[in-house]
Design a protein around this ligand. Sequence first.
Ligand SMILES: Nc1ncnc2c1ncn2[C@@H]1O[C@H](COP(=O)(O)OP(=O)(O)O)[C@@H](O)[C@H]1O
Ligand SMILES: O=C(O)[C@@H](O)C(=O)COP(=O)(O)O
Length: 420
Amino acid sequence: MAAAFFGAIADDFTGASDLAAMLSRAGVPVTLRIGVPVGDEEASAFEVIALKIRTAPVEDAVHEARAALRWLRDQGARRVFWKYCSTFDSTTRGNIGPVADALMSDLRTDVTIHCPAFPENGRRVFMGRLFVGDLPLDESPMKDHPLTPMRDASVPRLLRPQVKRDVGLVAFPTVRAGVDAVSATLSDARGHMVVDSVEDTDLSTLAQAAQDMALICGGSAIAERLPKIWRAGGALPHTAAEPMPPVRGGRIVLSGSCSAMTRAQVGSYLRQANGYRLDPQELSKGGLADARAWLVAQPAEAHKIIFATAEPKAVQAAQDALGVARAGALVEDALAQLARDAIDRGIGQIVVAGGETSGAVTRALQVDRLRVGPEIAPGVPWCFAGDGVAIALKSGNFGTETFFAEAFEMLEPGGSVAAR
Ligand SMILES: Nc1ncnc2c1ncn2[C@@H]1O[C@H](COP(=O)(O)OP(=O)(O)O)[C@@H](O)[C@H]1O
Ligand SMILES: O=C(O)[C@@H](O)C(=O)COP(=O)(O)O
């Protein structure tokens, strides 16, 4: 049976598909697993396990991540990646640090790096401060995230209260001094080293310096560099990507993200699509019957979107009335049920917006693995579930305004996926 070479644990589903897309750019076979598989399976060289632990209680998150690590190691993976959000999304109790600590202990390593930077998507780290576009994290739209509002931009300061080990910084001047300077710093370091990275060239330097680390933590962008480095160094055996399977027609967008970019994308798509808006307070009183009836009345081929996406004020009002967790769960459960309905109606092309939302929808579809296909936008690939179903899991802030239409165009006859 083929063995895994690299194993990643992602704290949410969009994050997992983002990482899988970045690895796929190097032409290596990547399998995205939905939850920890049970027992041995035919492994790809690159395995990514999607968990839904970003906002889970710390003990649950650590427990699931450790189970994922055991499975990956059992499949042969010796290089491990802990994938979290490029905007360092974590609650006040935060799972990023505790999971990193637990993985370090299990891997018997006393140093790791934290690299959330993703310059292609506007996430940069300078002197430990995380920027989203031209704004510090705590001034960016992430300050209003429904589940993980980010109120500080300093990654070391966010991480320190979450971990048992020391937290240090590989600062920009060292990164720009090159691979030897970073390697020397890391070889003397212990604990969690946050690394600055402003441009892609910094990621290449860091990936070179970290290529032999047992554990790397962060966003997906640094991982893009790793397959090429391992291949060039002779560590990675020859691997080839697989062809894409056929996809059936019928399309729908399900959006539970309230991020700034998703709000713009929903607004743009509503100019061409039939739309149904879900409201958590109405869901709590009236349930889902209206939304399900609306979906049944839609032609399969029509452009259509069901969304709970709302402005921060409306989100706040729903949370004040219902509580944060219940408001979120009502929306996630509703979109999960509607995804099942869509599949039952023969719809084959589903775009989901939002990390938590993607977790709820994908689980509801009872898919256990996805083949990773071409990217619609940086970090958002089409994934293939089998039976002619394609799913794209879009992180809240990824993509441009016309993302939803572009995604379906790729699957149209003559589109870039259909043409393969
Ligand atoms: N109108 C709303 N009011 C309150 N919560 C909402 C609303 N719409 C969506 N949510 C919840 O907000 C959360 C958004 O998180 P997520 O799906 O991870 O999106 P993102 O990728 O933008 O972070 C989900 O739990 C979702 O159910
Ligand atoms: O690293 C990233 O930004 C994404 O891969 C990610 O984790 C997305 O999370 P959501 O914004 O919650 O979808």
